[in-house]
Ligand binder design. Structure first.
Ligand code: SF4
Length: 289
């Protein structure tokens, strides 16, 4: 049997274990077959499928059967979490039973989605010396305390695993961007959560990312997701927006005003500052026209 037949047969068996008892979904089977053929023949494929087709299983199954290291990029982080918590464990369990096939999977998010142990250490040190930590000052002390307790039990350091949604200021205080990370100069590098997530993903068969992260990975030459063999974009119709956001920048009249307000105290009365504010007004007027 080739990978196309294995994929379609496995799908037919695995859907029996779904809560709806394996309701017939011909569209799902067609999609799985088309994807398995595209992978086998090293071709690109664009699929449009309606709601309820069972798209996630339809593309995950042939990707796993192919044995190629695959990145699945979802549109949102919520879909990423759902895939790792629900869809992939379901597939893993039933694929092992039906086709004796095992595979590994891991989730990768942007750096600032993970707790930074060095930031937490800095906050605790400042507190113990009665000093103020610039970022923690704007955060909720209660939330920082809860995050601090969670830090000793969490396996992932992923913000999504917290049992409450922290305010932005609180999470900003305990996380860093990739550019701010100290990497090998950090005393916590051996137990660093974002680094661990990337190390686990590097050897996983299925890496679950999102559109924005994939765009950043392209920008930095593959340093985030490594040299995978296959990529699947879920909700690919959103990709233009996701990539424009990641690669581009937003220019609004408010940004010109902000720049002028910032420059005014430094430059004093200066017609060039007024000109910047004026340009902002003109820009928004022209965009409206
Ligand atoms: S390596 Fe970077 S992200 Fe990790 S704990 Fe250190 S500073 Fe934070």
């Amino acid at each position: 049997m080739d990978q196309v037949e294995i994929s379609t047969e496995a799908l037919t068996e695995i859907v029996q274990h779904l809560p709806d008892g394996g309701r017939k979904r011909p569209g799902q089977l067609t999609m799985t077959r088309a994807i398995a053929e595209a992978i086998r023949d090293s071709e690109h494929l664009l699929v449009q499928a309606g709601t309820g087709v069972g798209k996630t299983l339809a593309y995950l199954l042939p990707a796993v059967i192919s044995g190629k290291q695959t990145v699945v990029a979802t549109f949102t982080k919520a879909l990423q979490d759902q895939m790792v918590e629900k869809d992939l464990p379901f597939l893993s369990k039933h694929l092992r039973q039906t086709a004796n096939k095992t595979f590994s999977f891991a989730e990768v998010k942007g750096w600032s989605n993970y707790l930074c142990l060095e930031r937490l250490h800095q906050i605790r040190s400042a507190q113990s010396q009665g000093q103020l930590d610039g970022l923690a000052e704007q955060a909720s002390a209660n939330e920082i305390q809860q995050i601090s307790e969670w830090a000793s039990t969490t396996q992932t350091g992923d913000k999504a695993d917290l049992d409450f949604a922290p305010q932005n200021a609180s999470w900003r205080a305990v996380s860093v961007s990739s550019e701010e990370c100290l990497r090998s100069d950090c005393p916590h590098v051996a137990s660093c959560f974002p680094l661990q997530a990337r190390q686990t993903a590097a050897t996983a068969d299925v890496i679950v990312a999102n559109h924005a992260l994939y765009a950043i990975d392209l920008q930095i030459g593959g340093a985030l997701l490594g040299g995978h063999e296959l990529v699947i974009f879920d909700e690919a119709h959103q990709i233009e927006d996701s990539f424009s956001e990641a690669f581009g920048f937003e220019l609004t009249a408010a940004r010109f005003r902000w720049l002028a307000d910032l420059a005014r105290p430094l430059l004093g009365p200066d017609t060039r500052v007024d000109r910047v504010a004026e340009l902002g007004k003109q820009l928004s007027q022209n965009l409206r026209d």
